[in-house]
Design a protein around this ligand. Structure first.
Ligand code: SAJ
Length: 408
């Protein structure tokens, strides 16, 4: 259930292992694309999808799930506008499943969520079917660990954490995932598995915020933050490298931590680290825009009317994913200051809001008063940007040492 960046790779992996897969998604456009053999997920090339498609039945008809031995729930778990968990898509999918649930079926939740979701939200809804979880059907939780754009670690060789509502539920889930994963990590409860995933992403969010805060300080101290990070990373133990940048994008790191801070309030605890990290990372686009203002000002130029060209708008290098991308916030802030904006991104032909389209590298460079490197994609000639652009603000430290570059 849910054929997005989590569900589709799973469907293809099980099909490649010879299993018949029913893939259900409420978005008919996705189903149409899949039936044409067109993949909309960068990590799943269409050739690979086509090779597996004989075993994948893509449909909007949830009823077909009643024929399945196992159902993997991979629906979005976003935040509401007030940054609270929005379990709407999950509750809706679970309700649909409850009407179809068959004795002996296995249900596994993959979506990232707060500890207690599987036992306290999913199980009761599924039991509206009259079947009892852990007795008439199996229920487990196994967090997705999809890292968009990563090729060294895949579903097959990334350890798969899982836990069942009961031992038997866990055994069923383990038997299933052994089909597509080399290593299974069994933990004692779905709550432990749910929190494991959150800890992984909170760990990154907090460390990224920490180095971003120091970057705001080094900006005032006129110290090169990347030189500091490089030097610290020479320590053979006890230090883990995180890069400062324009903020934290994606669909996970800016979202997942708030699932835990919300849940923690029920236990009378305010998770300060999570909140603070969220605040610091959210400030970075504003800090970056003030840097652009200062650099233009130093060149005697107002932001208003200056041609600012952004290099890299997706949320991280090597992917075309715009979800939560700090570049979008920067576009909004600079636009509000009257900048004449354009961008170049080989992974993003056009911005969703139908406004800007990616210029060619040369057109982008020739037309700019200031080049702003926001996401440093591999294959983009950043040295040429540093050589040819009149002014350069580099938010990723890829043109260090260049004469005209101003770093984050
Ligand atoms: N970022 C920095 N500095 C860093 C690292 C990242 O500013 O040192 C920024 C990136 O530019 C990007 C954002 O943080 O805007 C997130 O990028 P990411 O590569 O850290 O993470 P995601 O969101 O693409 O994927 C994460 C991964 N989580 C972990 O590695 C623990 C991935 O493995 C998860 O599966 C994914 O979240 C998820 O689905 O939860």
């Amino acid at each position: 259930m849910g054929l997005g960046y989590v569900g589709l790779p799973l469907a293809v992996a099980f099909a490649e292992e010879g299993h018949d897969v029913v893939g259900v998604d409420i978005d008919a456009r996705k189903i149409e694309a899949l039936s044409r053999g067109d993949s909309y997920i960068e990590d799943i090339p269409s050739e690979r999808l086509r090779a597996a498609s004989e075993r994948i039945e893509a449909t909007t008809r949830a009823a077909n799930l009643s024929r399945c031995d196992a159902v993997l729930v991979c629906v979005p778990t976003p935040l509401t506008a007030n940054r609270e968990p929005d379990l709407g898509p999950l509750v809706n999918a679970t309700r649909v499943l409850a009407d179809l649930l068959q004795r002996g079926q296995l249900v596994v939740l993959e979506s990232t969520t707060y500890p207690g979701t599987t036992r306290e939200r999913m199980a009761p809804i599924l039991e509206e079917s009259g079947l009892v979880a852990g007795q008439d059907f199996h229920l487990a939780y196994s967090p997705e660990r999809v890292d968009p754009g990563r090729t060294d670690y895949t579903l097959r060789n990334t350890p798969k954490v899982l836990a069942g509502l009961t031992e038997a539920c866990g055994d069923q889930a383990e038997a299933l995932y052994r089909e597509v994963c080399d290593e299974i990590v069994r933990v004692s409860s779905p709550e432990v598995a749910e929190l494991t995933k959150l800890l992984e992403n909170i760990f990154r969010s907090v460390n990224i915020a920490m180095v971003n805060e120091i970057a705001m300080l080094t900006d005032r101290m006129d110290i090169d933050i990347w030189e500091v990070v490089d030097a610290a990373a020479t320590k053979p133990y006890g230090f883990m490298r995180f890069e400062p940048g324009p903020g934290m994008g994606g669909h996970c790191l800016p979202v997942d931590p708030f699932y835990l801070s919300w849940r923690a309030r029920e236990f009378d605890l305010t998770t300060e680290f999570i909140e603070l990290a969220g605040k610091v990372n959210q400030q970075m686009p504003y800090h970056c825009v003030s840097k652009v203002e200062r650099v233009l000002n130093a060149a005697g130029k107002p932001v208003h009317g200056s041609r600012v060209v952004i290099f890299g708008v997706s949320y991280k290098p090597g992917v075309g994913d715009l979800r939560g991308s700090p570049a979008l916030k920067i576009v909004t802030l600079l636009g509000a200051l009257g900048a004449d904006l354009a961008y170049h991104d080989p992974h993003v032909p056009a911005l969703d809001d139908g406004g800007l389209r990616s210029l060619s590298f040369d057109d982008a460079l020739e037309s700019c008063d200031l080049a702003l490197i926001v996401t440093a994609h591999p294959g983009v000639d950043h040295d040429a940007i540093a050589e040819r652009a009149p002014l350069v603000v580099d938010l990723r430290g890829v043109t260090r040492g260049a004469r005209r570059t101003v770093l984050l």
